[in-house]
Design a protein around this ligand. Structure first.
Ligand SMILES: C[S@@+](CC[C@H](N)C(=O)[O-])C[C@H]1O[C@@H](n2cnc3c(N)ncnc32)[C@H](O)[C@@H]1O
Length: 390
């Protein structure tokens, strides 16, 4: 088993300066040794802060209440070619959120629970094994897929050229864990260049990727930074840094394209284009977390520290809309969960309120905790109406 830093050393030696996206991919996902392959039991936000999931089971219960409402709508319109109602989670990590959601559905919506197929999209065999262990009591209801496309090909009469999935596809803190490219602004030349990773002795150091400033609009990687108005570019300071995440945009496009009817939802740390490109935010949003502390040294401790960048929600929203999805909600987590709670509070099956739920709700919605920094995007597709047995 090779540690990520050994693999990165070898790739730099063979190919020269690596893109930061490749560095991040290896640091987080190197088979058997990347950060997400080995760090199973992070107590909070990857060992650092609270996550919505680690705050307690209320987050999963509120999501489950909302999902039940959406799945009931789909069941009533009975449009699916798939015999079950599908709830797809991607980035399920150790399966805790899935367990919270399924536990609530089983006790509060037993009839719906009996018809649900909970699909986890998980490319890593190691994480599939963790999830399997957490969800062993729900075994008949849960299925695993290596990719979004694999779900499509498992449905009856599948034809991968047409969308054929009805249900809900959702993720929590998935897109901010996808590899990002890092760009710098050369104010004198009025050009973006891409930052990469090189070696100085044994140490990883930042280096400009040769000829990266020759990238033109519409070239790879696809990115909103190439479409900024000149009025904004005129005031960006030299060295202004920003990330782009084609992996997240591609993932959202793939999810949108397999969805025939239903919802696509993500919850994550993120910003809109206007917030991201404010001239006051000069250093980008990439952060590393090492042993309970945020650190600026993004290139240290490869495989031992988490790397994450804010999601550009404007870019994700545009990708979905270009694929025919309608944006239903873009809000803070506080606004979204408060609306769900208002509905859940009128529903006896949601269960009584107590001090623990109050504490969890405050953590999830308080602006200084998780309420403001986390955003929720929900997009939907109506699909052509047709009957189940037609
Ligand atoms: C920050 S963790 C999210 C944990 C969990 N969703 C939660 O809310 O606690 C991100 C997870 O996404 C996984 N991941 C990254 N890329 C993925 C992909 N393309 N498909 C599925 N999971 C992915 C990572 O391995 C990791 O387990």
């Amino acid at each position: 088993m090779k540690a990520p830093d050994e693999v990165i050393h070898r790739e730099i030696a063979e190919r020269g300066v690596l893109s930061f996206a490749r560095f991040m991919e290896l640091a987080l996902y190197c088979p058997n040794s990347g950060y997400y392959e080995t760090k199973k039991d992070s107590p909070g936000r990857r060992g650092d802060f609270y996550t919505s999931v680690s705050a307690g089971e209320l987050f999963g219960q509120l999501l489950a209440h909302q999902f039940a409402e959406w799945l009931e709508e789909l069941r009533l319109s009975r449009v699916t070619r798939h015999p079950s109602l599908c709830l797809v989670e991607a980035g399920a990590h150790d399966g805790t959120l899935a367990k919270d959601i399924l536990t609530w559905l089983q006790s509060a919506r037993p009839e719906l629970f009996g018809q649900i197929e909970y699909c986890i999209v998980e490319p890593s065999p190691c994480r599939q094994a963790w999830q399997n262990e957490t969800l062993k009591n729900f075994a008949p209801r849960v299925r695993w897929f290596n990719s979004l496309h694999a779900i499509c090909s498992s449905t009856p009469n599948s034809d991968l050229r047409t969308p054929n999935f009805s249900g809900i596809i959702f993720s929590n803190e998935l897109l901010d864990a996808m590899p990002v490219h890092r760009f710098g602004w050369d104010a004198a030349k009025k050009l973006w260049f891409e930052w990469g990773v090189a070696l100085d002795g044994e140490k990883f150091v930042w280096a400009k990727i040769p000829n990266s400033e020759l990238r033109t609009p519409n070239s790879e990687p696809p990115s909103s930074i190439f479409h900024l108005p000149s009025s904004l570019l005129d005031v960006l300071p030299d060295g202004y840094t920003i990330e782009t995440c084609p992996a997240a945009e591609n993932w959202w496009r793939e999810a949108a394209n397999i969805l025939e009817r239903g919802k696509l939802m993500t919850i994550d740390y993120g910003l809109t284009n206007d917030e991201l490109f404010s001239p006051g935010r000069t250093r980008g949003t990439l952060r590393a977390y090492f042993r309970h502390h945020a650190t600026d040294d993004l290139l240290a401790n490869a495989g031992e520290q988490d790397l994450t960048a804010h999601v550009n929600f404007s870019a994700i929203q545009s990708v979905g809309e270009a694929c025919g999805l309608k944006t239903e909600t873009f809000s803070t987590q506080a606004q979204f969960l408060t609306r769900v709670l208002e509905k859940a509070a009128k529903d006896e099956s949601f269960g009584g309120w107590n001090a623990s739920r109050t504490r969890q709700f405050q953590t999830l919605t308080h602006p200084e905790h998780l309420g403001r920094a986390f955003r929720v995007l929900v997009q939907s597709k109506q699909g052509a109406p047709h009957r189940l047995n037609s």
